[in-house]
Design a protein around this ligand. Structure first.
Ligand code: FO1
Length: 471
């Protein structure tokens, strides 16, 4: 079974197919219906720079059929709140407008995705179904359910990773140092310009719709946390944010990426998480930017190798969201120090409210909760202190993930899981000198932060909650 054959159907191979087959994975063969090609958008919530959507358009053009885009909206994402769904829906509103301008119908189905999608496809009789590569367990389960119920062919396309996850490596890599050589060998082949999605010449038998009030009413998000105000969702604002980073952040990235007071942070992680911006677009823009090469290399190492190493971990390690996914050396050393005295022990609510003895940690927790964002260096410090101030590593990991997924806009992202697992469980890291509680897991402390940046400035510029954050 070959993804290229499924996409082409009976059409001869030709220039019409703009997506590298290495990005495409055959989910199931099947019987083509008389209807349009359907792209089931989920992880990549954007119109341009979306390889899955381009592949679906090529397949539709080859068959002279319509092209329909559908998104399945569900309130069931763990620890997701109003702030996540607000960011997602406002981004989809822009997708809806942009697709309408290209004569491509866009619909949002509310409820349990496999059921809603199945009923929708039954009415359409699609020729082919295209979906997004996504290591999130819920998404993988949806794909299994849909593929087992459907009869039309189904192809999955990796539009998240510049080098497709399945090709970059066929196993969970030990660390960036083991992935990097393979990755850089494949990168030139895949870091290419991205063709534009075209106005679609063939009609589909369905009208697009985006009833925002009804969509909001369908969501019973668990947490009512307020939307964040200093980050605008959507592809247009992501493009503006990228331009701002290229001129104001990137040039200084090599020297100052560990200084949270410097404005070198890209602030693009939420747009990347919801797929409103393509990492490939960022990488092409960074390569072309008039910035020092060491700054560009430092940023691309984070955007490409480190970020795509996170998908590698979540895709190949089924226990990525559990301490069982930590490397053996880390589990052993944390076990050995399980009974060490904890000089500071806090209740979950005290940590969530940012009420500890450490003003820097409190400031980080307040920024995380009130702005939905936290600079990379402080994310590491923030998670490591949770290991130090809770009663055991398992509790620390569960709490850090819950706070990460509830309050950070990019919560639930592979990067988020791996960031917490790196900090608490030594994932993709190595053993360091042994000490209480941490064992050989890398340690960080306030003095270390003071050597890196002006801690008092950071605290002075951090927001304070007017009411307790924890429920
Ligand atoms: N993906 C969907 O296909 N449908 C949803 O309703 C949905 C809600 C959602 C809420 C919060 C969040 O952080 C992610 C959400 N996603 C949803 C998943 C998202 O599109 C990404 O695919 C995953 O987070 C994995 O990166």
């Amino acid at each position: 079974m070959n993804a290229g054959l499924l996409l082409r159907g009976d059409a001869p191979p030709g220039p019409g197919f703009r997506v590298d087959e290495g990005r495409c994975f055959p989910i199931r063969q099947g019987q083509e219906g008389p209807g349009p090609v359907v792209y089931w958008m989920s992880r990549e919530q954007r119109v341009q720079d979306n390889w899955a959507l381009l592949a679906a358009q090529d397949a539709a053009l080859a068959r002279q059929r319509g092209l329909v885009v559908v998104f399945t909206l569900t309130p069931s994402f763990p620890d997701a709140s109003v702030r996540h769904y607000d960011f997602l829906l406002r981004g989809l509103a822009e997708v809806s407008q942009e697709l309408a301008g290209l004569d491509i119908p866009f619909l949002v189905l509310c409820g349990h995705p496999p059921e809603e999608l199945g009923a929708f496809l039954d009415r359409l009789g699609p020729a082919l179904l295209v979906s997004d590569f996504d290591p999130a367990p819920a998404k993988r389960q949806w794909v299994v359910e849909v593929a087992s119920q459907r009869r039309e062919p189904m192809v999955e396309v990796d539009s998240r990773n510049v080098v497709p996850c399945r090709l970059a490596s066929q196993k969970a890599e030990w660390g960036a140092y083991t992935l990097r050589p393979r990755y850089h060998k494949l990168l030139p082949h895949f870091l290419t310009p991205i063709p534009a999605l075209l106005r679609h010449p063939f009609p589909a038998s369905v009208q697009g719709a985006f009833p925002l009030p009804e969509l909001k009413a369908s969501l019973r998000a668990v947490y009512r946390d307020a939307p964040v105000s200093d980050l605008e969702p959507g592809a247009r604002s992501a493009a503006r944010q990228l331009q701002q980073f290229l001129t104001q952040g990137l040039p200084f990235y090599a020297q100052r990426s560990n200084d949270p007071n410097a404005s070198v942070c890209s602030h693009l992680s939420a747009h990347l998480h919801f797929g409103q911006l393509s990492a490939q677009r960022i990488a092409l823009a960074v390569q072309a930017a008039p910035a020092p090469q060491d700054a560009k290399d430092a940023y691309l190492e984070q955007l490409l190798v480190r970020r795509e190493l996170a998908d590698n971990f979540c895709w190949y390690n089924p226990r990525f969201a559990s301490p069982a996914g930590f490397p053996d050396w880390a589990r052993a050393t944390l076990d050995l120090h399980r009974a060490d005295v904890r000089p500071h022990l806090y209740q979950d609510s005290a940590l969530e409210n940012g009420e500890t003895h450490d003003p820097l940690w409190n400031a980080a927790q307040h920024r995380l909760a009130l702005r939905g964002h936290l600079e990379g260096y402080l994310r590491m410090y923030w998670a490591k202190k949770i290991l130090e101030w809770t009663d055991c590593p398992e509790h620390a990991f569960e709490l850090a993930l819950r706070l990460n997924n509830r309050w950070l806009l990019d919560g639930r992202d592979s990067n988020g899981y791996v960031g917490v697992a790196w900090a608490i469980g030594g994932v993709h890291d190595r053993p360091w000198s042994e000490r209480p509680i941490f064992g050989k897991v890398r340690y960080m402390n306030l003095e270390g932060c003071r050597r890196k940046f002006k801690v008092d400035d950071y605290i002075a510029h951090s927001p304070r909650p007017v009411a307790p954050l924890a429920d």
